[in-house]
Each structure stands twice: as C-alpha cells, then as structure tokens.
Design a protein around this ligand. Structure first.
Ligand code: SAM
Ligand code: SF4
Length: 335
C-alpha cells in the first residue's frame, strides 16, 4: 500500500517515492563508462555523517519516501554502512518499505551475511561480462571475487539482481552468455543503456547498445514477449515463456514521464534528476539540525527540499537540449 500523499512532488505532478543515497564516491574499480581517469575524491571531512544521513532519511520518509537505495562509488568501501542499514530499519514503521543496495560485488563474500542480518531487502550487483580478461579491461579489477560474492549473496538468501551496462565494441558479445548464466542461476538480469554520465564525458551515441540491438540478438535464440510495464523503469521481456529479463533504455525510451526518484551525493548534494545541472547543498543544514534538533529548523529544511524537488525538469530530453555542461557523473551520483 502506498502512503497517501508525498510531500516531495514536482511541477509535473510526479511524486517522489524512491531515494538513492551515495555514501562514497570512492571505488576499487575503474569502469570505463563511469570513473574518470584521474578521480579527485571527495574529502572525508566533507562527507555527510551517518548520523546526519539518518536524520535526513527520517525527514524524507516522513514526507513519503518508500524506498531507499544505498549506492556509491562502491558503498561497501564506506565504514559503518552495514550499521547504517540496520539503523534504517527503524524507519519502516514510518512508511519505509524497502532498503536496497547497488554494489560492484567485490566485497560481498565478506559482507553478504552481515547485510542480510542488517535487514537489507535486496541487492543489485553490477556485472558486465563473464570473460575475465574483458572484465579486467572494463573495470581494472578481477572477476573472480565478484562471482564468489554473487554466490555468497544467494547462499545467505539475499534477493539479487544483476545490472549489465553494454558498450559498443567492448562487451556487446556478452548478451547471450549473461542470459544463459543468469537463467541457470535463477537470478534476475537487467541490461542498462550506456548514459552520458561517464566521468570523463567521452560518451557518444554510437557507443550505446540500444534496447533494439539487445532484442535483435536475443531474438536469434529466444521467443520474446514484452510484458506490461509496472512502476519500474525496466521494460521486461519473457524469453521462451520461461525467463524474464529487463532493459533500462534511458536513451532510446526515456521513462522520465513517471520518474519517482531523487538522489543525494555523499557530500550531501541533493539532485532532482540524474541529469540535473544543479544540485542542492544540504550538508550545512543537516549538520546544524543534528547538533540542535528543533522543529523550526526541520521545517525550513523540509521547505527548501520541497522547492528544489518542485523545480525538477520534465526529463532527459529537456535537459540535454539545453546543452549546458553537466556537473556530476555516475561515480558521484550512484546510478
Ligand atoms: N559501484 C556500485 C556498482 O557498480 O554497482 C554502485 C555505484 S554504480 C555508479 C551504480 C550503477 O550505475 C552500476 O550498475 C553501473 O553499472 C551504473 N553506471 C555507471 N555509469 C553508467 C553509465 N555511464 N551509464 C549507465 N549506467 C552506468
Ligand atoms: Fe565503481 Fe560502480 Fe562506477 Fe564501476 S560503476 S567504477 S564499480 S562506482
């Protein structure tokens, strides 16, 4: 059941129900479509503390947020993240329904059980190829820990989904192998179109493997049936009436018309869209509120967030048409 009304609504009447929080911009991988060649990491002193983040999450849930996803950089690189997830459970009686994480999977062998015990509801793991050499080329790290991390996550009973970004000339040969592998392991698989959010802004449209490209490859082996779309951004296809895959086609079929998401960086900048050119810096106010929790400060913060969310643009096309230089990349915003 959905909360009755969301405080967080934009000028196009889209209520925000999902909040993504990046807890660090640091990462032990260097995916070519995400990380800049020479990242300048956020300074530790500029990160929002978990105490202040918890307070922010409480405010957001009280206003109608139903789902929180923890992301990064690599979220499992931030000390204290498992405890934070445990703490977020306290927001479930206030209306929070799901606590999720997106991870590269490298540290999962160590953390999967703790995450399950902390009450994590589901886990998205990024995996772009099953070929160890290709994996190393794409991420500058090793495939094996990710595969054993996925196994561990399944063993402890976490609900796992695999996210795959396909890049023309790099890993488009992995469409069928990944489907066969994920089906055999009984794991959900979603392909994601490459978005213009890479750290060094090298994105070009011709590097995007589109939904249609993916369907053309799948159709050589499977009968495809498009499923009715729910509130999720992925378009779902049933293969041979047996196994379902999803495709998030932000570039070829933007789903902005029903976007219910907002995002926060590890430095406490709120973004009303993945492609927004301006964020809203909240850390100073969150720190003051933490030191001096009072109703007036909370109200002021609430109004500031409400105004910023209201200004959300209609979508990717509208923002992209303005050709303003973008301010943020995926390793800071977290997908
Ligand atoms: N490090 C974690 C991981 O890789 O899952 C979490 C952060 S990562 C930024 C979140 C998601 O964004 C990953 O699934 C990744 O594949 C995706 N991503 C990163 N850059 C992208 C891009 N330019 N276009 C589309 N997806 C991208
Ligand atoms: Fe790191 Fe995730 Fe970006 Fe890859 S996609 S560089 S794992 S943050």
């Amino acid at each position: 059941m959905q909360n009755t009304a969301s405080f967080w609504v934009d000028q196009f009447s889209r209520e925000k129900r999902k909040l993504r929080i990046s807890v660090t911009d640091r990462c032990n991988f260097k995916c070519s479509y995400c990380m800049p060649e020479h990242p300048e990491w956020m300074k530790k002193k500029n990160l929002v503390s978990f105490e202040a983040l918890y307070q922010f999450c409480e405010l957001m849930v009280q206003g109608g947020i139903e789902s929180i996803r923890i992301t990064g950089g690599e979220p499992l690189m931030r000390k204290g993240v498992v405890h934070f997830i445990e703490q977020l459970q306290q927001l479930k009686p206030l209306g929070l329904k799901r606590i999720s994480m997106t991870t590269n999977g490298h540290y999962l062998k160590k953390y999967a059980l703790a995450l399950k015990q902390a009450g994590l509801d589901d886990l998205n793991i990024s995996l772009d190829t099953l070929d160890a050499e290709q994996f190393h080329k794409l991420t500058k790290n090793d495939l094996e820990p990710v595969l054993s991390g996925i196994e561990q996550a399944q063993q402890v009973g976490l609900a796992v989904k695999i996210n795959t970004v396909l890049i023309n000339g790099q890993n488009e040969d992995q469409i069928l192998p990944l489907v066969v592998w994920a089906k055999a392991k009984n794991i959900s698989l979603r392909f994601i179109e490459f978005m213009p959010l890479d750290g060094d802004a090298h994105w070009q449209k011709q590097n995007v493997i589109t939904e249609q490209d993916i369907l053309t490859v799948l159709a050589t082996q499977y009968q495809l049936q498009l499923q009715t779309q729910g509130s999720e951004p992925a378009r779902r296809y049933l293969l041979d009436e047996q196994y379902e895959i999803g495709i998030i086609s932000t570039i070829s079929h933007a789903f902005c018309g029903s976007c219910d998401r907002i995002r926060m960086t590890a430095q406490g900048e709120l973004y009303n869209c993945l492609f927004a050119t301006e964020g809203l810096a909240l850390k100073p106010q969150l720190d003051v509120l933490l030191a001096n929790p009072n109703v007036d400060l909370k109200k002021q913060l609430q109004q500031k967030i409400q105004q910023y969310v209201w200004q959300k643009e209609s979508g990717f096309d509208a923002i992209y048409a303005k050709k303003q230089p973008r301010k943020i990349s995926m390793h800071m915003l977290g997908g």
